[in-house]
Design a protein around this ligand. Structure first.
Ligand code: SF4
Length: 70
């Protein structure tokens, strides 16, 4: 499964971090960083075995910046 973040869409509201700190944290640029992913300016992505709480993060994001592909 793949988790993606479109960092150009992210407004740094912190909602994904609140519901899913296992995968998301606010990075230096005040936008979400995907824990364990290569830091990127425009996009980050990571393959995982267990999607865990990432779907909740995607569901709560107000700008649909988080993608979850199963
Ligand atoms: S919920 Fe969306 S807009 Fe808010 S910090 Fe997370 S990725 Fe960015």
């Amino acid at each position: 499964m793949r988790i993606t973040i479109d960092k150009e869409k992210c407004i740094g509201c912190g909602s994904c971090v609140a519901v899913c700190p296992d995968f998301f944290e606010i990075g230096d640029n005040s936008k979400t960083h995907l824990k364990g992913a290569e830091p990127g300016e425009e996009r980050e992505e990571m393959l995982v075995e267990d999607i865990g709480c990432a779907q909740e993060g995607a569901d709560i994001c107000p700008v649909e910046a988080i993608g979850v592909e199963r």
